[in-house]
Ligand binder design. Structure first.
Ligand code: GLN
Length: 486
């Protein structure tokens, strides 16, 4: 049995039945990471010894009859944006290169409490700003389907590691598409829960009204298993909602009778890759065959979503990133003349180009005299975008559309043109602006053999319908479980 290729579900069952041991599967993954991650660069930190120790602990607990559930002994990775006690957390930045957090994020702690083995920390765009993982201070991650191409971003390390079977699943973050877009480009399942569903305590902040954590996995069922563990209220995050967490695996039925699926005409944009468009259209037919009623809908303010996002996200980032001042933790420049000089040099040397661009954009948008014209206006447009979805969800139960207008692009192709890079997220950003749950899953391969994804969006806190539609499609599409050549 080739252990790295197992799903979370299958590995969990085999571990429970004592047919495989947590130590065995952890060793197999560490070996594979050693063999192929030098080239792919999906990890910033690999936890060799401590992963083996937790695998040994899990093994003993299970042997003594203390089985904790489907993640017990299962090796999982984390985007390097979630802090874990005593393990470096870089957020892809030189600014945090030597930062060792003294406590763990709620997401990390929940996984540890469920008995999961944390294998390491995945590569990412610096401070989650990017769509290609090329802004990482630790070098770009390569797409396992074609190593000349990007894996998407910002959770590109998580998506590529999952696709290349260097972990059984990972947890990433999605502010404007950073889970769903790399999932689509790497041929895996990536889901962004409703804003407020998962605690962000200990998750390094980018844009606080948009950021949300979620799983990257090989299957929809694995996504539901991971969300079951990480979701739920948390008194340490005031934006995290104290709503009951259903068992999401219960919503995974295979027919879609009685479900109305909306197809937004604005999501079939000019300049879209024809293979992506064809794949989405075929997916719609699969949904229809499964009993879903397909309804054309309109989300008229979609065209303003990217513009709105690039005011709101940088504004919040400029405020959130003010904390990196060289005083309390993180990088500090040496040879400085006085306090102001220290601040300036620390931030000039510690942040990369894209992060500085965002801080400048955000500081400008928030400054006196411009606030009303930019930030306030963006908040007003945000309401209009949200209202489009409210209207649509009066008519339909779920919305299906392509995740990304294109397949994986070449490394270096968009690095000199930030606007082109920003447009990678035209189809994922509206969901974040409205705070909705969304999942991307494989829907085909392009004529050049690259993965294509579709996304399913649902009403706030209705992850169950989202999972149901995604699972039914996955089981009947024939596109699940495809593996890259690495
Ligand atoms: N690519 C988008 C950006 O650069 C989204 C990133 C994200 O979701 N973290 O901001």
């Amino acid at each position: 049995m080739e252990l790295p290729f197992l799903t979370i579900k299958k590995a969990g069952e085999l571990i429970k039945g004592k047919e495989i041991s947590p130590v065995e599967i952890t060793k197999a993954l560490l070996k594979r990471i050693e063999e192929i991650d030098g080239d792919l660069n999906t990890y910033i930190t690999v936890l060799g010894d401590s992963a083996l120790e937790s695998a040994e602990r899990a093994e003993k607990e299970i042997a003594k009859g203390g089985y904790k559930g489907p993640l017990h002994g299962v090796p999982i990775a984390l985007k390097d944006i979630f802090i874990m006690k005593d393990v470096p957390a870089t957020c892809g930045s030189k600014m945090l290169e030597n930062f060792i957090p003294p406590y763990s994020a709620t997401v990390t702690q929940k996984l540890v409490d469920a008995g999961a083995v944390i294998l390491g920390k995945n590569n990412m765009d610096e401070f989650a700003m990017g769509s290609s993982t090329e802004t990482s201070y630790f070098g770009p991650t390569k797409n396992p389907w074609d190593t000349d191409r990007v894996p998407g971003g910002s959770s590109g390390g998580s998506a590529a590691a999952t696709a290349a079977s260097l972990c059984l699943g990972s947890v990433g973050t999605d502010t404007g598409g950073s889970i769903r877009q790399p999932a689509s480009l790497c041929g895996v399942v990536g889901m962004k829960p409703t804003y407020g569903r998962v605690s962000r305590f200990g998750m390094i902040a980018f844009a606080s009204s948009l950021d949300q954590a979620g799983p990257l996995t090989k299957t929809v069922e694995d996504s539901a298993i991971l969300l079951n563990t990480i979701a739920g209220g948390d008194r340490r995050d005031s934006t995290c909602v104290e709503a009951p967490v259903p068992d999401y695996t219960q919503s995974l039925t295979e027919d879609l009778k009685g479900i109305k699926v909306g197809i937004p005409k604005e999501y079939f944009v000019d300049g879209m890759d024809p293979d992506v468009e064809d794949s989405a259209k075929q997916a719609i037919e699969v949904l229809r065959d499964l009993g879903a009623e397909i309804v054309e809908i309109s989300l008229p303010h979609t065209e303003y979503a990217v513009l709105t996002y690039y005011i709101i996200a940088p504004s919040e980032a400029s405020s959130n990133l003010a904390r990196y001042d060289g005083v309390k933790y993180g990088y500090r420049a040496s040879d400085t003349k006085n306090l102001i000089d220290m601040y300036k040099k620390t931030r000039a040397e510690g942040f990369g180009e894209e992060v500085k661009r965002r801080i400048m954009l955000g500081t400008y948008a928030l400054s006196a005299g411009y606030y009303d014209a930019y930030y306030l206006k963006a908040l007003q447009v945000r309401t209009l975008i949200k209202q489009d979805f409210d209207e649509a969800f009066k008519k339909v139960d779920a919305i299906v559309a392509p995740t990304s207008p294109e397949t994986a692009f070449k490394i270096g192709e968009k690095t000199d043109d930030p606007i082109k890079m920003y447009l990678s997220d035209v189809l994922t950003i509206p969901c974040n602006i409205a705070g909705l749950p969304g999942i991307s899953l494989p829907s085909g391969l392009s004529s050049t053999g690259l993965p294509i994804g579709i996304q399913v969006l649902a009403r706030p806190f209705d992850e169950e319908t989202m999972f149901r539609v995604a699972h039914a499609y996955e089981k009947n599409s024939g596109w699940s479980g495809k593996r890259p050549p690495v």
